[in-house]
Design a protein around this ligand. Structure first.
Ligand code: PGA
Length: 255
C-alpha cells in the first residue's frame, strides 16, 4: 500500500547540461514503473532549473528533489536557498539532514527540524535523513541514537503533514564506502523508526510514512533491501549518477 520510492541524490556532481541529459535518459525506466515506483532525482541547486524544464517539457513522471534548503522566507543569507525558490521550480521533495550536511556543515537536529517544518510549510515534502556512525553501532547504541535524531527531527510536525513524510535511514559507515548494512540490519532499524513514528504520531501515520534505506545501494543488492517489510525504497548516491546503475535499482523496486 506504500508506493516504493527510489531517489537519486546527485550530491555535488553534474553541471546543468549534464543533469538535463541524465534525467532525460531516465524517463523510459520511470515510465515503465509508473504506478509502482516513484522516481525522484535531487540534482545540485545549479541544475534544478534545467532538470525541472526537462521534466515539464517531456511530461516526465520523474519528481524533482533538492538536496537542502534554508528555512527563512528570504533575506540577507548569502549562499542560501529559500523555500519559494524551490517550490517555484516544481520541486516536490527536499532532502534534509543528510549526514554529509551534518558532518561537514554543522547541521544539528534542531536545524534539521526547522528545515523539515519549512519544507512542509511550502507544500513540499522533506526526506529526513538519519543514521549512526560506526562508533555508535559498535557500541550497540544505534537504536537510542536514531530515536534521538527522529524525535528531534520530527518535533512539531503536524499529523496531516507527517502522513506524507519520507525518512531515509543511512548508516554513515555505509555511505559511499561500498559497505552496506545487511538487509536484516537495515530492516531492524527501519522497523524501529516506524515504531517511533507510531509513538510520535499514530498508527495511521506509521503505516503511511515511507522509510528508505541508503548507503551503497547498487543494482546487485537493491532487491534484498526492497524485500524487507519496513523498507519502502532507497536513497541512492553513487549509483544514481548513471542510467546503467540507477535504472536497474528502479526496476528492482517494482513489486
Ligand atoms: P551512496 O550514498 O549510495 O553513494 O552510498 C547514499 C547517500 O548518501 O544518500
Amino acid at each position: 500500500m506504500r508506493k516504493k520510492m527510489v531517489a537519486g541524490n546527485w550530491k555535488m556532481y553534474k553541471t546543468a547540461g549534464e543533469a538535463a541529459i541524465l534525467v532525460q535518459n531516465l524517463e523510459d525506466v520511470a515510465r515503465d514503473v509508473l504506478g509502482d515506483v516513484e522516481v525522484v532525482v535531487a540534482p545540485p541547486f545549479t541544475a534544478l532549473h534545467s532538470v525541472s524544464t526537462v521534466i515539464a517539457l517531456d511530461k516526465s513522471p520523474i519528481r524533482l528533489g533538492a538536496q537542502d534548503m534554508f528555512w527563512e522566507e528570504e533575506g540577507a543569507y548569502t549562499g542560501e536557498i529559500a523555500p519559494r525558490m524551490l517550490s517555484d521550480l516544481e520541486t516536490s521533495y527536499v532532502i534534509v539532514g543528510h549526514s554529509e550536511r551534518r558532518a561537514y556543515f554543522g547541521e544539528t537536529d534542531e536545524i534539521v527540524n526547522r528545515k523539515a517544518r519549512a519544507v512542509f510549510a511550502h507544500g513540499m515534502t522533506p526526506i529526513v535523513c538519519c543514521g549512526e556512525s560506526i562508533e555508535t553501532r559498535e557500541a550497540g547504541a544505534e537504536a537510542d541514537f536514531i530515536a534521538g535524531q527522529i524525535r528531534a527531527g520530527l518535533a512539531g510536525i503536524e499529523t496531516m503533514d507527517a502522513m506524507k513524510l519520507v525518512i531515509a535511514y543511512e548508516p554513515i559507515w555505509a555511505i559511499g564506502t561500498g559497505k552496506t548494512a545487511s538487509p536484516e540490519q537495515a530492516e531492524e532499524v527501519c522497523a524501529h523508526i516506524r515504531a517511533l513514528v507510531c509513538e510520535i504520531f499514530d498508527d495511521v501515520v506509521a503505516a503511511r510514512v515511507r522509510i528508505l534505506y541508503g548507503g551503497s545501494v547498487k543494482p546487485e543488492n537493491a532487491a534484498l533491501f526492497f524485500a524487507q517489510p519496513d523498507i519502502d525504497g532507497a536513497l541512492v548516491g553513487g549509483a544514481a549518477l548513471s542510467v546503467e546503475a540507477f535504472a536497474p535499482i528502479v526496476v528492482a523496486a517494482r513489486p
